[in-house]
Ligand binder design. Structure first.
Ligand SMILES: *Cc1c(COP(=O)(O)O)cnc(C)c1O
Length: 433
């Protein structure tokens, strides 16, 4: 399969180049030049398949031409060593729990897949080391670091905003050592993202080392996120509730929801999507006005969604050929401030005893306010509440149980490299590597 750049000013590339390059030379994001529709027979029997079996069918549609079937199958099966259960909250609202992976957030799926696919390409090709640069507003760093730790021939640099991620999040990428280096940037997430982008476009650096990205801009990270939309549908079908399906996605960089939109193009019967924002409401404002106006990000208690210029917006635009009308037909928006997020966590906990994390709370609330009669809503519960333990405990006035997987990270020792937000210092650091 060929991949084109959303800016269309650079030639199409194959999968390997798209994965290794991450960002196209014209600064665009790669898109597969085909989105294959899956046969009706697949959807008719989908509930009889396991998560891994479903995911393999989706992976095959995108990557099957470029990766031998047995390899692709083992990449998929090895990525998905955990379940993604659909848990009912009310009669019509379900939580798709994406937090059962190693770092307890949905990004485990894309990060684990990408690490394995990149590892496959590097092995196929011989030795050359690849350096993965990743900017994180919280969860990406942990997911990518844990997805890649110990993978030979790959070194990962995680750039994160000093003081703006929770302690648990920080520990997930600063304590691993080995091929993982954490870089603590004196700035916000957008500064980290800008450093990564600048590094990719810098001629001296590309001469000096092989760089790639593991942000959700990378096709190997964002496309596998389509897997669980299909699996959610399969689980609803088993319950006889798969009609009039609405997916609500707590959104930051818009990689997760874009994967869902791809799923719909592949034939997944989704009625519509809701993109739920925190106070960083750039996409929400776009839906209201038709004008996209990036802004500096603001800090919220749903910090993995603190993004002021969502990188995957260009993919959404490209998918809908730039049509504002078409986008509005498939996607509506919501935006909640910290008080509303807290209120939702509290209310749902009091009424149902289900503990939402602040991101999932944005998803739940948009469904509880926006679902029409006869619709079934699934929100993506993107992280375990214990990852935001201080916030959540303060809201509910109760202790939150820390899963064993998280407790292990907390025992590790933090190691990080302090860095200013200007590119010159980051560049000179990398030039010495
Ligand atoms: C990354 C993240 C999001 C936002 O996902 P995007 O793909 O960037 O829109 C939402 N919730 C959590 C917990 C995250 O880690």
């Amino acid at each position: 399969m060929k991949y084109y750049s959303t800016n269309k000013k650079t030639p199409e590339v194959n999968l390997q180049d798209a994965v290794v390059k991450g960002l196209a030379a014209d600064k665009g994001l790669y898109m597969p030049d085909q989105i294959k529709r899956l046969p009706d027979s697949f959807f008719e029997h989908i509930e009889e398949l396991s998560f891994q079996e479903i995911a393999y069918q989706i992976a095959d549609a995108f990557f099957g031409e470029d990766v031998p079937a047995d390899k692709l199958k083992s990449i998929v099966y090895d990525t998905l060593t955990f379940d993604v259960p659909l848990v009912p909250i009310t009669e019509s609202i379900f939580s798709l729990e994406l937090f059962h992976g190693p770092t307890l957030a949905f990004k485990d799926v894309g990060a684990r897949f990408m690490a394995r696919l990149l590892g496959y390409f590097i092995r196929k090709e011989g030795t050359k080391d690849v350096n993965v640069l990743v900017a994180t507003s919280g969860d990406t760093g942990g997911a990518v670091a844990n997805g890649f730790v110990g993978v030979e021939g790959i070194h990962v640099y995680v750039l994160y905003p000093k003081g703006k991620v929770s302690e648990i999040q920080e520990k997930q990428f600063t304590t691993l050592g080995k091929n993982i280096t954490a870089i603590e940037v004196d700035g916000n997430f957008d500064d980290c993202q800008a450093l990564v982008k600048a590094a990719f476009l810098d001629a001296d650096l590309s001469e000096h080392m092989r760089l790639t990205s593991a942000n959700s801009i990378n096709v190997a990270r964002f496309l596998p996120q389509a897997f669980y939309y299909f699996y959610a549908y399969a689980q609803l079908k088993t319950l006889g509730k798969a009609q009039n399906l609405v997916f609500c996605v707590p959104s930051g960089n818009f990689g997760n929801i874009t994967a869902g939109l791809f799923g719909k193009r592949m034939g997944l019967p989704v009625k519509r999507f809701i993109a739920s924002n925190n106070n960083n409401d750039i996409f929400y404002q776009y839906l209201q006005t038709g004008v996209y106006t990036p802004k500096p990000s603001v800090v919220t208690i749903a910090n993995a969604m603190d993004v002021g210029d969502p990188s995957n917006f260009v993919r959404v635009l490209d998918l809908y050929k730039g049509s504002y009308e078409a986008i509005k037909k498939d996607i509506s928006g919501a935006t909640y401030d910290d008080d509303q997020i807290s209120e939702t966590v509290q209310e749902v906990y009091d009424e149902t005893h289900y503990l939402l994390d602040p991101h999932g709370a944005c998803g739940y609330r948009a469904l509880s306010e926006g679902l029409q009669p006869g619709e079934i809503g699934v929100f993506l519960e993107t992280a375990h509440p214990a990852k935001f333990i201080d916030t959540v405990e303060q809201i509910i006035g109760d202790k939150v149980h820390i899963p064993a997987k998280l407790a292990v990270f907390m025992k590790g020792e933090k190691l990080s490299i302090p860095m200013s937000k200007d590119f010159a210092s980051f560049k000179s650091y990398l030039m010495k590597k």
